[in-house]
Design a protein around this ligand. Structure first.
Ligand SMILES: *[C@@H]1O[C@H](CO)[C@@H](O)[C@H](O)[C@H]1NC(C)=O
Length: 378
């Protein structure tokens, strides 16, 4: 048993009673050599057997004796080894009494008062890092379940921790909090750019983008960048974001802006390849939010009027309006699709292709160049 314990320790597994292993081997000849003459005899006993798939996959499995396990572990022809583990069914989870901005993602038609169900895949953003450039995130808030990490601070004159403003916490809440979030299991990375008054400088924003993308390259995990900030159209900011999308395949999600004008006249909404999100009121038949920017630079719309989220006081729920909230919902959805195996820009394309078109009222007459698209998660 001792050798087995050593191997178990090497493989980083916890011992349970019945332990089976599966080992992928480079060629079938290796099997008979590792087991010498014993394999035929053992085959069938203790659930030991072989699996061959296609031309290139061979494996053996079973409750092997310690001597064989050890021989296998150190044999160069064993390509990979794993304890038998559980796979969980890709189940869908139903959130009853969900807020309207989530319920709207799970159905094609406009919401009725009775529509309060959000149905989502149990992966829900797991293993995905969301870099939020904002005013900070209240990491201690229990709504985030300890998934917030402060990674950098480019604001001036503020204490390192927390969010004095509340904007970043509210956006993070619709991205990934337990109750209000689209991607309820994602990692929320706080990259603060907002000073005490909530505004951010262009240079701070660029330095924050550099920081986030360098870290994403080190972690090598699925990552996305969220900027719920706007400024008048700026070539430098747009170029930086276009490089992130084009050179690194990291999705960038941006706000359409709240000034009832063309999103093409502001940044980062006008940057090529960025997913730009505008606002509708999902409690009023999906009508366009009065403040939302529009035009061909807006890719898709989500709830943006009186959207409930996490407040700064740990137990409070706040409501906020604006394309920042819609951006949070869109970012949560990109993270959600990334956790389902859509990598990089494929996740952004998934958001666009699954969205339902033609529902926002009066769009064709009033804003013919604006896409009539509402986000969906399924
Ligand atoms: C938005 O701007 C247009 C003109 O560009 C105007 O007709 C419309 O009334 C404005 N909407 C609001 C809610 O102010």
């Amino acid at each position: 048993m001792q050798k087995f314990i050593i191997i178990a320790a090497i493989l980083g597994i916890k011992l349970t009673n019945a332990v089976k292993f599966v080992a992928q081997i480079s060629d079938t000849k290796a099997v008979s050599e590792i087991f010498s003459q014993n394999f035929e005899q053992m085959n069938g006993e203790k659930g030991i057997g072989a699996i061959n798939i296609g031309k290139s996959f061979q494996a053996i499995y079973g409750d092997f004796p310690d001597s064989i396990l050890e021989a296998m572990y150190y044999d160069g022809r064993i390509m990979a080894m794993s304890m038998d583990r559980k796979l969980t069914a890709a189940e869908y989870v139903v959130q009853a009494n969900a807020p309207p901005h989530l319920a709207r993602l799970s159905q094609k038609a406009p919401l009725l008062k009775s529509d309060t169900t959000f149905i989502y895949h149990s992966n829900a953003g797991i293993g995905v890092d969301v870099y939020l450039l904002d005013t900070g995130i209240d990491a201690k808030n229990p709504g985030f379940e300890g998934r917030v990490q402060k990674v950098a601070d480019y604001a001036t004159g503020l204490a390192f921790e927390g969010d004095p403003h509340g904007h970043g916490t509210a956006v993070a809440g619709v991205i990934g909090s337990a109750q209000f979030g689209v991607a309820k299991k994602c990692n929320l990375f706080d990259v603060r750019i907002g000073d005490a008054d909530g505004t951010a400088s262009l240079i701070s924003t660029l330095r924050a983008l550099e920081h986030a993308t360098k870290l994403a390259a080190v972690t090598n995990r699925p990552s996305l960048v969220v900027i719920p900030y706007t400024m008048e159209k700026n070539v430098v900011l747009n170029s930086a974001l276009e490089a992130i999308v084009r050179d690194l395949s990291i999705p960038v999600i941006a706000a359409a802006g709240n000034t009832n004008q063309s999103a093409c006249s502001i940044s980062p909404a006008s940057a090529y390849g960025v997913l730009t999100v505008g606002s509708i009121d999902v409690t009023k038949n999906d009508q366009l939010a009065p403040f939302t920017n529009h035009g061909e630079c807006v890719d898709v719309f989500a709830a943006g009027v009186r959207v409930p989220s996490v407040g700064l006081d740990s137990y409070s729920e706040i409501q906020r309006s604006g394309t920042s909230m819609s951006t949070g919902i869109g970012s949560g959805l990109v993270a959600y699709f990334m956790s389902l195996g859509f990598y990089g820009m494929d996740a952004v394309n998934r958001v666009k292709s699954l969205s339902v078109s033609g529902i926002i009222p009066n769009m064709a007459q009033q804003l013919p160049s604006t896409r009539n698209s509402i986000m969906q998660n399924m």
